[in-house]
Design a protein around this ligand. Structure first.
Ligand SMILES: NC(=O)c1ccc[n+]([C@@H]2O[C@H](COP(=O)([O-])OP(=O)(O)OC[C@H]3O[C@@H](n4cnc5c(N)ncnc54)[C@H](OP(=O)(O)O)[C@@H]3O)[C@@H](O)[C@H]2O)c1
Length: 268
C-alpha cells in the first residue's frame, strides 16, 4: 500500500534544540509528520507542541538518553506502539568538544562515541525493516566537515564524524538498487547553542564568515536530501573550502587546521 506524506513520519534524534530542532521545523514546513527523540525535558515537549500547532502536522515525542544500551529498543517499541510508519530517519543527535585530547575524561569520550557512532548505527539497523516497508525511504545522517580532515584538538569528535561519512557513503552504495536513499549532512561551524557560539568566536575570519544558523543549515539540508544529494555541505564558503582542499597540498591544509583549532582550544 502506498502511503502519502500525510500518513508517513520522519524520525529525528536530537530534535529538541539546535540543528535537530531546525531540521524538524524544515520538515514540518513541508507538511511532514514527525517523531522527535531527545533527552527527556521540557524543551522536547515544547518543541513538539510548537511544531504541531504552527504547522498542523502530527508530532510525537520521546525523551530518552541515546547513550544507554536499551535506548534503541525503546525507540523501536515506541514507534511500534504508536503504529508510526517511518519512511525517513534523521540521525542528528551528537556531542562535540574542542580541547587537547587529555582535557576530556574517558567517560566523556565513551559517551561521545556511544552517541555519535553507536546510537546512529544501531538505530539505523533497528529502523531498517520499518524503512524497507516503504517504496521510497530516506536515511539522513549528520556528520560534519571535520569528518573529512585530521583535526587536532577535536581528535575523537572528528574521528566519529569520519565514521558517519564512511558508513553513510558505503550504505548509500549498498542500497542504490533499493527504495532507501542515504545522504550525509556535513555542516561547518553552526551557531547552534551557547557553547558552539563561544567556540566560533575564538576562530579566525574564515570560520566566522562561513558560520551558519541552524535554520540556514536545515533548510538547505532538507531541500538537498529530497533531491537525493549524497553529501550535503551547507553554505557557499564551506563548499569553496572543500574545493580548495582538492588543489591545496595536504601539509598546508594540516598547518591551517592545526593553528585554527589550537587557537580555539587555548582560548576556551
Ligand atoms: N554546531 C555545529 O557547529 C556543528 C557542526 C557540524 C556538525 N554538527 C553536528 O550536528 C548535530 C547537532 O548538533 P547541534 O550543535 O545542533 O547540537 P546541540 O545544540 O547540542 O543539540 C543536540 C541535540 O541532541 C540531543 N542530545 C544530546 N545528547 C543526547 C542523548 N544522550 N540522547 C538523546 N539526545 C541527545 C540534545 O537534547 P537536549 O537539548 O535535551 O540536550 C539536542 O536535542 C550533531 O551531530 C553535531 O555533531 C554540529
Amino acid at each position: 500500500m502506498k502511503l502519502s506524506t500525510k500518513d508517513v513520519f520522519t524520525l529525528i534524534t536530537g530534535a529538541s534544540s539546535g540543528i535537530g530542532k531546525a531540521l524538524a521545523e524544515a520538515c514540518a514546513r513541508r507538511g511532514m509528520n514527525l517523531a522527535l527523540v531527545a533527552l527527556p525535558g521540557a524543551e522536547l515537549s515544547e518543541t513538539a507542541d510548537y511544531l504541531r500547532y504552527t504547522y498542523h502536522v502530527k508530532v510525537y515525542h520521546l525523551g530518552v538518553d541515546l547513550t544507554q544500551a536499551e535506548a534503541y529498543e525503546e525507540v523501536l517499541e515506541w514507534i511500534n506502539q504508536h503504529h508510526l510508519p517511518v519512511n525517513m530517519l534523521i540521525n542528528n543527535a551528537g556531542i562535540g568538544c574542542t580541547g587537547a585530547f587529555e582535557t576530556f575524561s574517558s567517560e566523556f569520550y565513551f559517551k561521545q562515541i556511544q552517541l555519535n557512532v553507536v546510537a546512529l548505527t544501531l538505530l539505523t539497523r533497528l529502523m531498517f525493516s520499518e524503512l524497507k516497508k516503504h517504496p521510497k525511504a530516506y536515511i539522513f545522517n549528520v556528520g560534519s566537515l571535520s569528518g573529512f580532515f585530521s583535526v587536532p584538538f577535536k581528535d575523537v569528535y572528528a574521528a566519529t564524524k569520519a565514521f558517519v561519512i564512511s558508513f553513510s557513503e558505503s550504505l548509500r552504495h549498498e542500497l542504490q538498487d533499493t527504495g532507501i536513499h542515504v545522504s550525509v549532512l556535513c555542516p561547518g561551524g553552526v551557531n547552534s547553542n551557547a557553547e558552539t557560539a563561544k567556540r566560533l568566536k575564538h576562530h579566525g575570519w574564515f570560520a566566522q564568515a562561513s558560520a551558519l544558523t541552524c535554520e540556514q543549515v536545515a533548510e538547505e539540508a532538507i531541500e538537498k536530501l529530497l533531491q537525493k544529494e549524497s553529501v550535503v555541505i551547507p553554505g557557499r564558503w564551506n563548499r569553496l573550502f572543500m574545493m580548495l582542499d582538492k588543489i591545496v597540498p595536504a601539509f598546508i591544509t594540516n598547518i591551517i587546521i592545526r593553528s585554527e583549532f589550537k587557537r580555539c582550544a587555548m582560548a576556551i
